[in-house]
Design a binder for this molecule. Structure first.
Ligand SMILES: NC(=O)c1ccc[n+]([C@@H]2O[C@H](COP(=O)([O-])OP(=O)(O)OC[C@H]3O[C@@H](n4cnc5c(N)ncnc54)[C@H](OP(=O)(O)O)[C@@H]3O)[C@@H](O)[C@H]2O)c1
Length: 257
C-alpha cells in the first residue's frame, strides 16, 4: 500500500480522465499507486488512456463512458462504482468548447455547460465526498480557471461556472478541513491540452504542461483551499488584486496578443 492509498483510499475517480489535464492526473495518481475510474464520452480515447496507464503502472483502471452534462450522469457513475471505495475525486472536465459571445450560443449550449460544470460537480462532491467524510479520509480536487476571477467578454457563462467551482471547493474545504478529507480548488491558466487546441490557436502564448499541473496539485492536496498553478503566490488571491471590478472585467475582456 502506498502513502497515497493509505491517506485517501485505493481508488480515484477522474471525471474527464482521458486526455489533457485529466490524463495527466491519471498518470500521476497511478504512479502513486492509486487504482483509477476514468470517465469521458469518447470510448476510444478513454481506452487508449487506460491502456497507457496500465502498461506503465501495476494498477487497476475501470473506464466509464458517459456525458457529464447528462441529467443522471453522476447517479450513473455512482452506480458504476458502487463496489469500490472511492477515496479521491478529481473533477476535471470543464473546458469551454468555443469562444463566442453570450447570445451567439444556443440556450441548450449554456445549459449543458452549466450542468457539466456546476450541477454535476456539486452532485459528484456530494455523492463521493459524503462517504469520504464518513470514513475520515479522502480528497476532492475541483479544476477551475483564471476565468473565475472576473467576468469577461466571451467568457460569461464559462467564467460563471468556474467561479461556482472555485467557491464550492473553498466552502467544502472550510467544512471538511477537520475531517481528514482534503479539498483543493485548482486554478489553471492556459494549459496545453487537446481541448485548448480545438478551441483556439494559442499562437506564441506560453502554455502550462498538463503533467506539471497534475504533479504540482498532487503534491499540494493538503494546501487548500485554493492552488493557483503558475502563480508566484499559489495560495494567494486573484491576480487582479485590489483592482475595482470594472477594471478587472475590462482587463479580462481585453484581446490577448
Ligand atoms: N486547457 C486550458 O487552457 C485550461 C485553462 C483554464 C482552466 N482549464 C480547466 O482545466 C480542465 C481541463 O481542461 P482541458 O483543456 O483538459 O479540457 P476538458 O475538455 O475540460 O477536459 C478533457 C477531458 O474531459 C472529458 N470531457 C469533456 N466534456 C465531457 C463531458 N461532457 N462528459 C464527460 N467527459 C467530458 C474529455 O473527454 P471526452 O471529450 O471524450 O468526453 C477529456 O477526458 C477544465 O475544467 C478547464 O475548465 C483548462
Amino acid at each position: 500500500m502506498t502513502d497515497f492509498s493509505r491517506s485517501y483510499g485505493s481508488w480515484a475517480v477522474i471525471a474527464g480522465g482521458s486526455d489533457g489535464v485529466g490524463a495527466a492526473f491519471a498518470h500521476g495518481l497511478a504512479a502513486r499507486g492509486m487504482n483509477l475510474v476514468l470517465v469521458a464520452r469518447r470510448a476510444a480515447v478513454l481506452d487508449e488512456c487506460a491502456a497507457a496507464v496500465t502498461s506503465e503502472y501495476p494498477v487497476q483502471v475501470r473506464t466509464v463512458t458517459l456525458d457529464l452534462a447528462g441529467d443522471t450522469a453522476i447517479a450513473d457513475l455512482e452506480r458504476a462504482t458502487a463496489d469500490l471505495e472511492i477515496g479521491m475525486l478529481v473533477y476535471n472536465a470543464g473546458a469551454d468548447t468555443r469562444s463566442a459571445e453570450f447570445l451567439e450560443r444556443t440556450l441548450d449550449d449554456h445549459r449543458s455547460l452549466v450542468h457539466r460544470n456546476c450541477i454535476s460537480v456539486l452532485e459528484a462532491a456530494y455523492r463521493f465526498g459524503g462517504p469520504m467524510v464518513a470514513r475520515g479520509r479522502g480528497a476532492v480536487v475541483l479544476i477551475t480557471s483564471g476565468a473565475a476571477w472576473a467576468g469577461g467578454r466571451t467568457l460569461s457563462s464559462y467564467g460563471a461556472t468556474k467561479a461556482f467551482d472555485l467557491v464550492l471547493g473553498e466552502g467544502l474545504w472550510a467544512e471538511w478541513r477537520d475531517t481528514g478529507v482534503h479539498v483543493l480548488s485548482l486554478v489553471l491558466g492556459a494549459t496545453d491540452t487537446p481541448s485548448l487546441h480545438r478551441t483556439m490557436d494559442p499562437g506564441d502564448r506560453a502554455l502550462a504542461d498538463p503533467h506539471d499541473v497534475a504533479e504540482q496539485a498532487l503534491d499540494h492536496l493538503a494546501d487548500g483551499p485554493t492552488w493557483i498553478y503558475g502563480s508566484e503566490n499559489p495560495t494567494g488571491g486573484s491576480p487582479f488584486g485590489s483592482l475595482d471590478r470594472r477594471s478587472a472585467v475590462l482587463a479580462m475582456s481585453a484581446p490577448r496578443h
